[in-house]
Design a protein around this ligand. Structure first.
Ligand code: FE2
Ligand code: FE2
Length: 302
């Protein structure tokens, strides 16, 4: 009897090597027919180069996420923000500087999308964001009309995306859209490493949203060991907090401060945290900036 077709899509690894290793171990056990890497290997976490150098030699099909595309530009000195040398950009600046020419050449070689064809099953299309833009998610924030426009040139009946960092499924005009969760930086209040495992059931692809536990302490320690706190970067603290809580903190603070014309520094943070109803996080962030990051543990603030 023919083997049931299976494939996995892993994405949003975001510089988190322990999460990546946990997913690779899970995949080694499951042995799907194919594994597609859905982009965003770099940025946010403190181990971007290590993740690229772990994944690239596997020879799996991979596509470019918006962070991968962006890092290639930054590495070449194109499109650098005016305040690139300030602590606001410390995580990105350190990660970009750490990439080798070989890393960048590999990232630059990645295509925008990947079609998955397995014998006996319908083809599926893997993208990072949407089929028209790797910065456009297909999650609950998008209307059916927006998804319809994004799918306009797609012939596959199954489209798989990532980018939004939480699992989400929908159907628009007969096309199934499955968004998988993040390996390295989930935003669905589940701190495990997440990915999608697809199985052909004879009529359609079904997705199991896998959630793999792992020891987070080594990646938390890497924040300090890799110098991400050396200049007191608030962004480093906010991103570490995202990994500890599986919730978004960085973009909401940035948007809040920008609309008020406030500095992107810790002095602006307490008012934001109080307004967001999370005053306890003020001390958490203060501790991180004062040197507490390496002794961090998962926090009961979910
Ligand atoms: Fe991402
Ligand atoms: Fe992304």
């Amino acid at each position: 009897m023919a083997r049931t077709p299976t494939f996995a899509v892993i994405a949003d690894l975001h510089g988190n090597l322990p999460a990546t290793e946990a997913v690779l171990a899970d995949l080694a056990h499951i042995q799907p027919d194919r594994v597609i890497v859905g982009g965003d290997l770099v940025n946010r976490g403190p181990q971007s180069r290590a993740v690229v150098e772990r994944i690239a030699p596997l020879g799996w099909e991979a596509i470019s996420g918006n962070h991968d595309t962006w890092f290639v530009s930054l590495w070449r000195g194109a499109g650098l923000p005016d305040d690139w040398e300030t602590p606001w950009w410390t995580p990105a600046r350190l990660a970009v500087a750490d990439l080798t020419p070989e890393n960048v050449a590999w990232l630059e070689s990645l295509p925008f999308s990947q079609r998955v064809e397995l014998p006996g099953a319908e083809p599926a299309l893997v993208v990072h964001g949407s089929p028209r833009d790797n910065r456009e998610g297909m999650g609950r924030m998008r209307s059916d009309e927006q998804i319809r426009e994004a799918l306009a040139d797609v012939e596959e009946k199954m489209v798989i995306g990532a980018h939004i960092h939480y699992p989400y499924e929908r159907e628009v005009d007969g096309t199934r859209v499955v968004v998988i969760g993040a390996v390295g930086c989930p935003f669905n209040r589940d701190i495990n490493a997440q990915y999608g495992l697809f199985t052909w059931d004879g009529a359609q692809w079904t997705c199991e949203h896998r959630s793999v536990p792992y020891d987070h302490e080594p990646v938390y320690a890497a924040w300090r060991d890799n110098g991400y706190f050396d200049d007191g970067s608030l962004v480093s603290a906010l991103m570490l907090l995202e990994y500890q809580t599986a919730r978004t903190h960085y973009v909401p603070f940035w948007e809040w401060a920008m609309t008020r014309g406030l500095p992107l520094t810790f002095e602006s943070y307490p008012a934001f945290a109080r307004e967001r109803g999370e005053p306890e996080l003020i001390e958490t962030i203060r501790e991180m900036l004062a040197g507490g990051a390496s002794r961090s543990a998962e926090r009961a603030i979910l």
